[in-house]
Design a protein around this ligand. Structure first.
Ligand code: AMP
Ligand code: ZN
Length: 114
């Protein structure tokens, strides 16, 4: 492992995942501890630690993540709606310091966070 990043290890194939989508810029796989019937992690193939590190040099990867989210949502039958969550940093509860978006759905969420 070049760095100590779990998702870089998954991207490098050193740790297995349950892949649901892949292109040149994005890998998406099922969360190991799902919080909804569908819970997919959408991960850029470049190591960006968190949302604070998004800038014009790498925001292309964020666009590609959201293109992937639209494709995965349709493939997973989430046309009725879903939620996308990004936890950033200590206060945001981020536990893996490689930017990722949680795509959750498959049920009507009882509570709104925002
Ligand atoms: P966060 O807390 O926003 O950083 O999200 C990290 C997510 O990664 C959590 O929802 C974990 O359940 C998930 N996770 C941790 N290890 C793995 C793994 N090996 N494969 C899939 N998901 C994982
Ligand atoms: Zn990483």
């Amino acid at each position: 492992m070049l760095n100590d990043c779990l998702f870089c290890a998954i991207l490098g194939g050193e740790i297995p995942c349950s892949k649901v989508y892949e292109d040149d810029y994005v890998l998406a796989f099922r969360d190991i501890n799902p919080q909804a019937p569908v819970h997919v992690l959408v991960v850029p193939k470049e190591h960006i630690a968190c949302a604070l590190d998004i800038g014009e040099e790498n925001s292309f990867f964020v666009s590609k993540c959201f293109e992937a989210i639209a494709k995965i949502a349709k493939a997973e039958g989430l046309e009725n709606g879903f939620r996308v969550v990004n936890n950033c940093g200590i206060d945001g509860g981020q536990s893996v310091m490689h930017l990722h978006f949680h795509l959750i759905g498959g049920e009507k969420f009882a509570e709104k966070i925002i």
